[in-house]
Design a protein around this ligand. Structure first.
Ligand SMILES: [Zn+2]
Ligand SMILES: [Zn+2]
Length: 143
């Protein structure tokens, strides 16, 4: 039994192939995926789109999957407990996303500030940078 099924079981939810696959695919992907991307990566037989969507909603509500709204044109998903922590840069014109491993990621001063101001203990973060990709810059920033 993999740790994905353990997580589901811990939360009292039946482990289905669809749910397990979603968690595996998201965890292996360096980039957050749309529900369509996800379905494309499913091994055959692929579930229908509604099933993928429903499972994503369930996994999000359980806190195993995180919704990322990096760009107005697409909602994407990522594993909440990913092992490879990454930061991202997003083109605000076309929505292109690049992710890179966060080699040096010391946000302890920001976290301390959050603790002081709001009383939260920070356990995780996601960091996005926004800008213009080379292609959109060449086209003259019309967006
Ligand atoms: Zn762009
Ligand atoms: Zn980081």
């Amino acid at each position: 039994m993999g740790r994905h099924s353990e997580a589901l079981r811990r939360l009292g939810r039946p482990v289905t192939r669809g749910r397990e696959e979603i968690l595996r695919i998201l965890e292996e992907s360096p980039l957050p995926l749309s529900s369509r991307d996800l379905r494309e990566r499913f091994p055959d037989p692929k579930p229908d789109a509604a099933t993928v969507y429903r499972n994503l909603a369930l996994l999000s509500s359980l806190g195993l999957v995180r919704t990322v709204a990096l760009h107005e044109r697409s909602r994407r998903y990522e594993a909440a407990e990913g092992e490879n922590h990454r930061h991202r840069v997003v083109c605000r014109s076309c929505g292109r996303i690049e992710a890179f491993p966060a080699r040096k990621c010391d946000l302890s001063r920001v976290e301390e500030d959050i603790r002081r101001r709001f009383g939260f203990t920070v356990t995780d973060h996601s960091l996005e940078f926004f800008g213009d990709c080379p292609e959109c810059r060449r086209k003259g920033n019309k967006g």
